[in-house]
Ligand binder design. Structure first.
Ligand SMILES: [Zn+2]
Length: 375
């Protein structure tokens, strides 16, 4: 979901990306402001002015969300947690974590940093509004600042709802976690509250639609579905982490993996390997020596009718820490490497020799047996 997006800028070392779905939100916000909100509160301005105010309002929203996520990221970095970057998507923003917070204290401060920053920014916008009004700025300008001030307070308020993985839910989890020193229980309880809140929003959304507020109701239901899904997947991920902790990669890897030679044509790779074994990644081995790997993403770049004219050696990706892992490493390490590089398979390499392949699917399978056996 957060894989693709347009890079905007780099802030304090964090990459800010914008998902295509945010552009849709931006257009929707601009339209709502220019056609509904601003003409309602500030009468008698020209249509062009309303549209300019709408664009400024949408850009202000973008800046406000980035500001909020930036503070999550800055505090996370203070606690030594690696952060990947900030992605804006249709339900707002997300500061991408590659690991769980190290302590309840770290999680608490990371989580509250966002809403506090939004409150401060909101108050700042209120200040600018009052200043502008007192020195006679045009209504079109103060109107936008006033809107941004209120918006930031709403942003803070919404995020503080105690539904995991919203900020408020993270605050709740950190308190529960610190109290009983049981991360699993804390995550389970706060995820359940998050899920229940999501369902409540869906029901409210449906009621709104029935009552005639179509757009508002649909938004509510969509946000409810998003929160419900996110809280469930956050809990599952935590379970996976817990059960993988302290387990070595060699326990999950498949020895004797299917390999290909670099002289194989891409056509044969597709027909004899991809369609036969259904793997997304194949190590490339020539005369017993590992040279790298080839993935389905690279095959996709070659047009179908040209596959027989190309060989695997043109596509081979050399071995790096992005696609390999040592058999002695912790399985959690494999999981974060996969997450960081948006991949689900890694080559297991010992002293330059290929000893196996580890896949997300196999790790998930292990988890389901563990849950089944109640271990
Ligand atoms: Zn937040």
């Amino acid at each position: 979901m957060f894989g693709k997006g347009i890079k905007l800028i780099k802030l304090f070392g964090f990459e800010v990306k914008i998902d295509f779905s945010w552009l849709l939100l931006g257009l929707l916000i601009t339209w709502t402001l220019a056609q509904g909100l601003f003409p309602h509160f500030y009468e008698g301005l020209s249509t062009t002015t309303y549209w300019l105010m709408g664009v400024a309002g949408a850009l202000g929203l973008l800046v406000s969300i980035v500001f909020h996520e930036l503070w999550h990221s800055l505090i996370a970095r203070k606690f030594g947690l690696p952060m990947k970057g900030i992605t804006l998507f249709i339900f707002g923003g997300v500061a991408e974590m590659t690991e769980e917070p190290p302590s309840p204290k770290a999680e608490f401060f990371m989580a509250v940093a966002g809403p506090i920053s939004s409150v401060v920014l909101g108050l700042g916008f209120f200040g600018v509004t009052f200043l502008g009004e007192s020195i006679g700025w045009p209504q079109s300008v103060t109107g936008v600042f006033n809107y941004l001030a209120i918006l930031n307070l709403i942003l803070a308020g919404f995020n503080l709802i105690p539904a995991f993985p919203l900020d408020g839910g993270r605050v709740l989890r950190s308190i529960l976690w610190g109290w009983k020193e049981d991360l699993r229980w804390a995550t389970q309880l706060s995820s359940k509250i998050g899920g229940a809140f999501g369902i409540a929003l869906i029901i409210l959304g449906v009621i709104e639609v029935v009552m005639g507020n179509f757009v508002g109701g649909i938004w509510m239901a969509l946000i409810g579905m998003f929160i419900r899904g996110a809280s469930q997947s956050a809990y599952k991920q935590m379970l996976l982490r817990r059960s993988l902790e302290g387990e070595e990669v060699r326990r999950f890897m498949k020895s004797n993996p299917v390999t290909v030679s670099s002289s194989l044509s891409v056509e044969d790779l597709v027909e004899d390997y991809i369609y036969k074994h259904h793997y997304k990644m194949y190590p490339v081995v020539d005369d017993g020596k590992l040279t790298g790997c080839v993935t389905i993403d690279q095959v996709k770049e070659i047009p179908k009718e040209e596959r027989d004219q190309h060989k695997v050696e043109e596509l081979v990706q050399s071995c790096s820490e992005k696609n390999t892992i040592s058999p002695d490493e912790d399985a959690i390490g494999a999981l974060s490497t996969m997450k960081k590089n948006h991949t689900s398979r890694l080559m297991v390499v010992d002293n330059g020799k290929l000893v196996g392949v580890i896949s997300l699917k196999d790790m998930m399978g292990f988890l389901s047996f563990k849950i089944d056996l109640g271990d």
